[in-house]
Design a protein around this ligand. Structure first.
Ligand SMILES: Nc1nc2c(c(=O)[nH]1)N[C@@H](CN(C=O)c1ccc(C(=O)N[C@@H](CCC(=O)O)C(=O)O)cc1)CN2
Length: 297
């Protein structure tokens, strides 16, 4: 068996196109563009790349992008003051603080300061609670993107065995909740799980979000499983390479021979994160403007 490659990049491009068309209709109805504010503290190279990509994607979708770049030694009081200002700004529908933050800043306090109705990352405790009890809020972009890829490929997930490896607030826990809401039978595995290979072996759906290069081995997988690889890990450079290769949390080459379908790294889940961010921003814009959220979002 050679697994189908789930093309997240192509899926994300279609989603961005759809969001762009609906953003144009929003502008007509609301008399203004939907707006996303992104805050970057410091100069982490990967974060700089992601923030630039978010700016470009936001503008390309016909939305307003407000970028705030702050020095690495920004105090928590100054960062919270900026978030307060964005909370009060009617041109700003969505606010995102790029993570990770420098060590002296408390991520939880900063996330808590974002208005839950502008929290397009879905990280605020109010949105985590809304997801847990099935109320409308914002769902974190990466897990929502994974769900879109899964339902596009598998349709109804009812009764399927899903194993989520990783229990972060940003990916693992919301992912498990979304799978549960879709009537899958869900197990969350983590660093203390006993006999992880046998837990993974029973899964029709595996979502790997551990952040360890190629940790999930091909022989752990059930024949015909669908594998969603959230990991983005850079290997040390091989001889003659300037930069190491990017790989996921799953041994892709091995898994290709066993799984029915698998997301590649790069080009799988990563591009969905930014496309879903645009989608969440447009949802926020409709709600903030008192307009009905289009079904096709
Ligand atoms: N406030 C947030 N911070 C962070 C989030 C987030 O959702 N909200 N997620 C990640 C970073 N991230 C977006 O912010 C992100 C990561 C990866 C990709 C992506 O498209 N990756 C490419 C590979 C890129 C490369 O070559 O390095 C891929 O997988 O194909 C997009 C966005 C942490 N912080």
């Amino acid at each position: 068996m050679t697994a189908e490659r789930i093309d997240g990049k192509a899926f994300a491009a279609l989603l961005r196109e759809r969001v762009g068309a609906l953003a144009g209709q929003f502008e007509q109805k609301a008399g203004r563009k939907a707006g996303l504010a992104v805050v970057l503290v410091g100069e982490d190279p990967a974060s700089q790349v992601y923030v630039r990509s978010k700016h470009k994607a936001t503008v390309a979708a016909g939305m307003e992008s407000f970028e705030h770049r702050l020095p690495v030694d920004t105090s928590e009081a100054d960062l919270l003051a900026l978030v307060e200002q964005l909370n009060a700004d009617d041109a700003v529908d969505g606010i995102l603080v790029q993570l990770p933050l420098p060590d002296h800043l408390d991520e939880q306090s900063v996330i808590a300061s974002i208005s839950p109705d502008k929290d397009v990352d879905g990280f605020h405790v109010t949105n985590a609670g809304r997801l847990a009890v099935g109320q409308n809020g914002f769902v974190p972009c990466t897990p929502l993107g994974c769900m879109m890829l899964l339902t596009d490929r598998l349709g109804d997930l009812s009764g399927l065995e899903a194993v989520v490896i990783g229990r972060s607030n940003i990916v693992g826990k919301p992912m498990a909740q979304l799978l549960l809401d879709a009537n899958a039978t869900v197990t969350i595995a983590h660093s203390r799980t006993k006999d992880l290979p046998s837990v993974v072996k029973r899964a029709d759906i595996v979502v790997a979000a551990v952040g360890r290069a190629e940790m999930v081995k091909a022989e752990w997988l059930k024949e015909g499983a669908t594998v969603i690889d959230v990991g983005i890990n850079r290997l040390p450079p091989a001889e003659g390479e300037e930069k190491g290769r990017l790989v996921g949390d799953v041994d892709y080459a091995g898994a290709e021979g066993i799984a029915a379908a698998i997301t590649p790294v790069p080009g799988g889940v990563g591009p969905m994160t930014i496309a879903v961010l645009l989608r969440n921003t447009l949802v926020a814009a409709h709600r903030n403007a008192g307009l009905e959220v289009p079904q096709s979002l």
